[in-house]
Design a binder for this molecule. Sequence first.
Ligand SMILES: NC(=O)C1=CN([C@@H]2O[C@H](COP(=O)(O)OP(=O)(O)OC[C@H]3O[C@@H](n4cnc5c(N)ncnc54)[C@H](OP(=O)(O)O)[C@@H]3O)[C@@H](O)[C@H]2O)C=CC1
Ligand SMILES: CC[C@](O)(C(C)=O)C(=O)O
Ligand SMILES: [Mg+2]
Ligand SMILES: [Mg+2]
Length: 337
Amino acid sequence: MSVEVFYDDDADLGLIQGRKVAVIGYGSQGHAHALSLRDSGVDVVIGLPTGSKSRPKAEEQGLRVLTPAEAAAEADVIMILAPDTAQRGLYADAIAPNLAPGKALLFGHGFNIRYDLIKPPADVDVAMVAPKGPGHLVRRQYVDGKGVPCLVAVEQDASGSAFALALSYCKAIGGTRAGAIRTTFTEETETDLFGEQAVLCGGAAALVQTGFEVLTEAGYAPEVAYFECLHELKLIVDLMYEGGIARMRYSVSDTAEYGDLSRGPRVIDSRVKDEMRKILGEIQSGEFAREWVAEDEAGRPNFAKWRAEGAAHPIEETGQKLRAMMSWVDRPITETA
Ligand SMILES: NC(=O)C1=CN([C@@H]2O[C@H](COP(=O)(O)OP(=O)(O)OC[C@H]3O[C@@H](n4cnc5c(N)ncnc54)[C@H](OP(=O)(O)O)[C@@H]3O)[C@@H](O)[C@H]2O)C=CC1
Ligand SMILES: CC[C@](O)(C(C)=O)C(=O)O
Ligand SMILES: [Mg+2]
Ligand SMILES: [Mg+2]
């Protein structure tokens, strides 16, 4: 099945320029959307709680900051870019009371709609513009005249023009420069969760840590193990990114390619594939979402414990020392680009 892809010429920037947009949240995605919307000539206001540490960052960029309720009341397009776990309460307290027929509710990820944590009224548009990349890259690409590909979806089309509006928003943050793919909230949510759990974040981090452990436990220097299991991963992934796995295999030595072909499937074997299928099942059934919501409501005890354990892993100390020697690596994350 082929997907529909939309580019700048398919989107009418005037639609979003003609609306008032509230961006609720000013973190990784929020700052990128808000600044790029503004730079695209859109009237933007930021919604943040009064004690939010993000407030000064938004104000320093010359953005007007209100409370989420005030911003939602003023705007007729409301983009929710607060953490997924905060969205249900935020919606109930600040957004639902300020919705009116004709307004549009947008999301950067479908979690709360897919798992019925937010149930908007029938007379508002509900759509998603989900950049397929971290917020700081979304902004950096926009500033460089480029864009990060986005997924665009409509859950509820009360106005009859929800998709055109979402595409217009996507153009304003640079997404249609790279391409916007039409999808559904269900497909975006389930594939996004699977990707970050099994491959991009969970799978990759566990693979790197385990490889580092095997080498150092066998007596090899942590510095050498770091280079082999973490540092060079970027160089290899860059080749895959540019030309697929085939390009990577073309560039590495025949010895590496033979080791890849003969040993890789022993590392990621049928047991790992079965576990990935199980993880996908937990996402599809809602089991993961229920677990994550309960963990959050309990004050995140496991999250805090696992995060601390990860930070204390010996690979972090080794990496910190080595990266200090690489002036080109520690590119600071800024709020503007
Ligand atoms: N990170 C990414 O690159 C990607 C994220 N997404 C999605 O984008 C959304 C936002 O994620 P992300 O940018 O990572 O979030 P961040 O954690 O980076 O930022 C969240 C922002 O929301 C603010 N905030 C926290 N609680 C509330 C609240 N109750 N009301 C209003 N604002 C609040 C935070 O303020 P404070 O500073 O005070 O905490 C902060 O400014 C999520 O749906 C996520 O799944 C989608 C694609 C990629
Ligand atoms: C891969 C993590 C991500 O899904 C993303 C940057 O796309 C996220 O939720 O942050
Ligand atoms: Mg993602
Ligand atoms: Mg995600």
